[in-house]
Design a protein around this ligand. Structure first.
Ligand code: GLV
Length: 348
């Protein structure tokens, strides 16, 4: 039997979830706003549960060690958020560069009384440098959009080499050159600071863990160009938000596009008053296709584990689970602790 939570609360507390789990529960689909740690995994295990799936690709809200302790499989939903999230990062980059939100507010306030040469002058992206911190699936998709769409040069920082991305930028540069245009270039930075110093637009795409908490702090903000644009569609605590507010106040030409916040759903004091900040409520994955895909993958993770299916072998290739015209493969699409739990891998 499936049970859908119909509570009016947006964010459920640990106590709310314990009472929803009750005495018998085989598995749970949860959200990134919930704190899945020792307490919830032990409650789920006591109720007979063996599976949990976050309806998100990121799972910094889940204590995977606690899940391992209780033998609970933890699912996530990769592969369906990549382009949608990258498109929001690109939207925030463009909106900040061209001051779209400020200009929209100005129009609605009835302040427009005629064209002026200096009205809402912003930055031309073509020929500028886009910096990507974390060039995984989403970071690379964003980089390609900015390079291909706006002919920006790329500088990126990642512990791993983004070979496919580098090849793409090289080939695109050659294509532009062959057409008599200025070629685009790429560089893999040896430090994050190099990206911060050189890029005109910087987008953050790391996972949130101890090493990336407050990655962007007062000192690192000070390294960035005075007119730089910073975009964050990863997780709020990657930026020290209080330091960011101070930086925005001191540098009116510095602009930021934020989808995530340090203490969601709240913003740090002063952020909402900053004209050089664009703020949206954690909607990076909010396209209809992606949200349906996330829901499907989360459900199949839990259902697959309950049915005893093996785990899918390649979490980058989840399309077979999304085809409405055929039955999904008999596998769990993405279980992040499958190795720790010794779960079998599908041969499909
Ligand atoms: C959204 O933020 C996600 O991680 O899926």
């Amino acid at each position: 039997m499936f049970q859908i939570c119909t509570q009016k609360k947006t964010i459920l507390s640990v106590e709310d979830i314990i009472s929803l789990i009750g005495n018998k529960c085989d598995g749970v689909i949860g959200q990134l706003t919930e704190d899945w740690g020792e307490t919830l995994f032990s409650a789920l295990s006591r109720a007979g549960g063996k599976a949990f799936s976050n309806m998100a690709v990121g799972y910094n809200n889940v204590d995977v060690n606690a899940a391992n302790k209780y033998g609970v499989a933890v699912g996530n939903t990769p592969g369906v958020l990549t382009e949608t999230t990258a498109e929001l990062a690109a939207s925030l980059s463009l909106s900040a560069a061209r001051r779209i939100v400020e200009a929209d507010n100005f129009m609605r306030a009835g302040l427009y009384d005629g064209w002026l040469p200096h009205l809402f002058v912003g930055n031309l992206l073509k020929g500028q440098t886009v910096g990507v911190i974390g060039a995984g699936r989403i970071g690379s998709a964003y980089a390609r959009m900015m390079v291909e769409g706006f002919k920006m040069n790329l500088i990126y920082y990642d512990l791993y080499q983004a070979t496919r991305l580098e090849k793409f930028v090289t080939a695109y540069g050659q294509f532009l050159k062959a057409n008599g245009e200025q070629p685009v270039t790429w560089k893999r930075a040896s430090s994050m600071e190099e990206v911060l110093r050189e890029a005109d637009v910087i987008s953050l795409h790391p996972i949130l863990d101890k090493t990336t908490y407050h990655l962007i702090n007062k000192e690192r903000l000070a390294m960035m160009k005075k007119e730089a644009i910073l975009v964050n569609c990863s997780r709020g605590p990657v930026i020290h938000e209080v330091a960011l507010v101070e930086h925005l106040k001191a540098n009116p030409m510095f602009r930021v596009g934020l989808d995530v916040f340090e203490d969601e759903p709240y913003m740090k004091p002063g952020l909402a008053d900053m004209k050089n900040a664009i703020v949206v409520p954690h909607i990076a994955s909010a396209s209809k296709w992606t949200r349906e895909g996330m829901a499907t993958l989360a459900a199949l993770n839990v259902l697959g584990k309950i049915k005893g299916y093996p785990v899918w072998s390649d979490t980058n290739r989840v399309e077979p689970f999304l085809d409405e015209k055929s039955r999904p493969p008999a596998a769990c699409p993405s279980i992040v602790n499958s190795k720790s739990l010794g779960l079998p891998v599908s041969k499909l």
